[in-house]
Design a protein around this ligand. Sequence first.
Ligand code: SAM
Length: 432
Amino acid sequence: MRIDILTLFPDTVHAVLHESILGRAAEKGILEINTVQIRDYTENRQCQVDDYPYGGGYGCVMMAQPLKSCLDAVIAESGDRRRRVIYLSPQGRTFTQETAKRLQRDYDQLVLVCGHYEGVDERFITSCVDEELSLGDFVLTGGEIAAMAVTDAVCRLVPGVLSDPQCYIGESHWDGLLEYPQYTRPEVWEGQPVPEVLLCGDHEKIARWRRCQQFRRTREKRPELYEAFQPVDDRDRELLKELSRADRCIRLTEPVSCRPAVESDLPAILRIRDDARENLRRQGAEPGPEIGTEEAVFRQDIERGECRVLLHGDEIAAVFTLSCRPEPSYDSITDGKWTPDLEACILLRIAVSDRYRGSGISDRLMRFAEQETVACGRRCIRTDTHRKDRPMQQLLRDSGFRYRGNLLCDEHGPRRQAFEKIIKLKKQKGTT
Ligand SMILES: C[S@@+](CC[C@H](N)C(=O)[O-])C[C@H]1O[C@@H](n2cnc3c(N)ncnc32)[C@H](O)[C@@H]1O
């Protein structure tokens, strides 16, 4: 990329643009950034570049002739190129990251014309300029700061200028969002810890968290950008849905407890089951008979003392079944296997009320299931999920479960995904 900046202050502009990253790229020959003194192209003895405006008024206007001669000289010297002549002006279209991408992609020479005083003769703009760009809705004394901003933003997108395209992909404004928050050492600064997720080492989980942060902070800081944002892929669409559900959902302000379900809980349990079925349909998965969530099944779970409800205050927020009995359908695992020689508890019929989706209740549910498994003297939990139920698969992965293979729970139903978690028991103090 070659940039030619036509200015009355070439030394100042040159000094700034030959520092640091751009300076090094210029040294390597990846960029060529020239600054050209407009005054050198005047045709009068005083080297005058401006004159009084016709019709009267304050200040002076830059004359067309020196600008045109300067531009002609640059064009003659640089030869045939994909060139764009840009006049920096408060009247131009606002310069954005999209403009920077377009200029980097479509041209290999930009000629940036910096006005000064009251601006430049309109006839130069109409006959010589391809495009006017503004830095924003305010007025500067000259176009130099704007030209430097355009040069910097465009040049950092030129391959080889930054060490890796990942340095700018995902930054603020790359795809219409602001960047996620960044942290570096130390882990705790002035009592403020780094968000825990960034220390977990799970790259998939970190990527999801960061994308969610991008949505949240764009919505908070730049609502107009958020309104205009178009999801990039299905993952974005899913995360945005989760976010809007989380915003509508209840905050866990009261203690959350877990107890065995009783018969009078059944209406609430069935309502939550309906929410879960509806949610599954939203994922494009038709809940089939293999799911086994008929009323009679819950009744039986309750009678066996295996059905549990999670209470937020007095309200039933979620339900699950934890069984110590062997589950015959789990013997038919395919495309993988369970960890051998382990007695497991089976976690079934996990369902969360729509009102509590995104509230964090699912994480609590997983912790209760784990505690009860340990209380049964086991350290392995097995479960299965609909292959299209991606939020459930994500929850299981986030809770430390590993995919183990597929199950055919019903000979007419689709295969379900099998997950298993081996619980790591924390060492008691004093034990070896
Ligand atoms: C004082 S300004 C002239 C403003 C002009 N009289 C007007 O009202 O539109 C002098 C020069 O600064 C530059 N300039 C001022 N504000 C700018 C902005 N927001 N973006 C880009 N360049 C700007 C332009 O090159 C302009 O010719």
